[in-house]
Design a protein around this ligand. Structure first.
Ligand SMILES: [Zn+2]
Length: 488
């Protein structure tokens, strides 16, 4: 199964066979959040997508070192070294220390991602914890002739770099067009070329987050942290580098330039990018006023939302789109996903209760399993995988209703297939039920009373119990041997 995985590589704009540099080890670096405000949904989608990728690689048996950083310094408001430092600005607004901002939003970020059931990365390094590594890398870039020092700041020389390297490897943009379309911004009077970017920025007197360096007191530029930390934990060349596609044009482009200038190599073999979110077909953004935060989606407290959804139904909703496609939020699409997710979870409950049949059927579970692998091996195609798993749901429902016949081997194959793909690979879990032990016991008593009433031909009572449960969203599901309760 491992041999047939193909992944889309932004560098070559093509799907390529996945061949790790040092199999079975896989190094994967994903650009993490800048922790100065609540994590937004676009970021959550990126991290859920890479969680799917991480989980599937683990499922295939790879030993994955997954590094996802926390940006807690050096990120200015603009992409191109202009504007205020995001942490200092927020700290001023909230009248706290910048590190209090970092702590608050790091905790919030972890909380949201754990609600989405993402696995923690193997290493989660912070920019402030790796200042010396960044300084070392900058020094090496200067020594190699690709950066220059001006008045306590250090800039990367894009023009010089471009003479020997392809600076726009990821975007295929024309360098002259980029030059003509680039506004003059931050530190421009110090930069030699308009596309040059800061590796180290001299701290103004009021700048709180500051460190000593060979070039004076300052702080690192945003792009150098990922180069320094990926190099430290994954080596100068590793397998996968990922992030949102909005990072490709500047942040990742500059990361490649830094690594080439320092280590003479593109840091990653496969560059993978996740697509954007839209709301009712309009790109989600703060300025359009159509962006919701994760907890607004959970509670439904947002003018564009009819109601709230559980984190798992949102995870399921995200996985119903391929990570390279845009994902459109609308009340209808969320409702449909919620229904589909419940159907899947209910089938997982029924699956545990299936009894082997004496009758034969020609249902081929192995073939279904092969189709599931084929979907994921095709660049982690989760929507196709989900469609295949619903074929499994149809078989489970049919078997529970005793219309489809499975022997014990087929049941075991189906269990293993569904559990592996639903829980391990897609990372879904049932958060629709109140899995409270006392509640389970109460439901057992209610079902027993209802079945006794039925046996005594007291259909008024048995129907009353069934209908009353139905009204509060609990459905009783009978077959010849047993009764189960499921949430609608
Ligand atoms: Zn990064």
């Amino acid at each position: 199964m491992k041999d047939s995985l193909v992944v889309y590589n932004t560098v070559n704009r093509n799907k390529e066979k996945f061949e790790p540099l040092n199999s079975p080890f896989v190094g994967m670096y994903v650009c993490g959040p800048t922790v100065y405000s609540d994590v937004h949904l676009g970021n959550c989608r990126t991290f859920v997508s890479f969680d799917l990728i991480f989980r599937y690689l683990l499922h295939l048996g790879y030993k994955v070192r997954y590094v996802r950083n926390i940006t807690d310094a050096g990120h200015l408001e603009g992409d191109r070294d202009e504007g205020d430092d995001k942490f200092s600005k927020k700290a001023r607004l909230e009248q706290v220390e910048p590190m209090e901002i970092v702590q608050k939003y790091t905790l919030g970020f972890h909380e949201v991602l754990s609600l989405f059931n993402t696995l923690p990365p193997s290493i989660e390094p912070t920019a402030t914890g790796h200042i010396s590594e960044q300084i070392e890398m900058i020094q090496e870039i200067i020594d190699n002739g690709f950066a220059y020092v001006v008045n306590g700041s250090v800039y990367f020389d894009v023009e010089k770099y471009s003479k020997e390297n392809n600076y726009t490897l990821l975007t295929n943009r024309n360098l002259d067009d980029m030059l003509n379309n680039t506004r003059e911004l931050g530190g421009q009077d110090e930069k030699r070329g308009r596309l040059d970017f800061a590796l180290w920025i001299k701290a103004k007197a009021e700048h709180i987050m500051r460190w000593p360096s060979p070039w004076g007191v300052g702080f690192p530029g945003w792009h150098i942290e990922c180069s320094a930390m990926s190099n430290k934990y994954l080596g100068s060349q590793f397998d996968i580098h990922g992030g949102g596609m909005d990072l490709a044009a500047t942040h990742h482009t500059n990361e490649i330039a830094q690594s080439q200038a320092c280590n003479h190599t593109n840091p990653a073999k496969y560059w993978m990018h996740t697509n954007m979110l839209t709301v009712n077909s309009v790109r989600m953004s703060k300025s359009a006023g159509n962006g919701f935060l994760p907890h607004e989606l959970f509670t439904g407290k947002h003018p564009l939302l009819k109601k709230g959804y559980t984190p798992m139904s949102i995870r399921f909703f995200m996985l119903q789109a391929h990570y390279r496609s845009t994902l459109d939020f609308s009340n209808d699409a969320l409702d449909a996903a919620e229904k589909g997710f419940k159907r899947l979870m209910n089938a997982m409950v029924l699956l545990k209760k299936l009894n082997p049949s004496d009758k034969q059927s020609d249902i081929n579970i192995k073939e279904l399993e092969e189709r599931c692998y084929a979907a994921m091996n095709d660049d982690f195609n989760s929507p196709v995988l989900i469609a295949e798993l619903f074929e499994g749901v149809r078989i489970i429902n049919g078997a529970y209703d005793e219309k489809v016949f499975l022997n014990s081997e087929q049941i075991n194959q189906l269990k293993s297939l569904m559990e592996q793909f639903v829980y391990d690979v897609l990372g879904l879990k049932d958060d629709t039920l109140n899995k409270d032990e006392d509640f389970e016991k109460v439901m057992e008593i209610v079902i027993q009373l209802r079945n006794e009433a039925k046996e005594n031909r007291d259909y008024v009572s048995s129907d009353k119990i069934r209908d009353s449960l139905q009204k509060i969203g609990i459905q009783l599901k009978d077959n010849k041997s047993t009764t189960l309760w499921l949430k609608n």
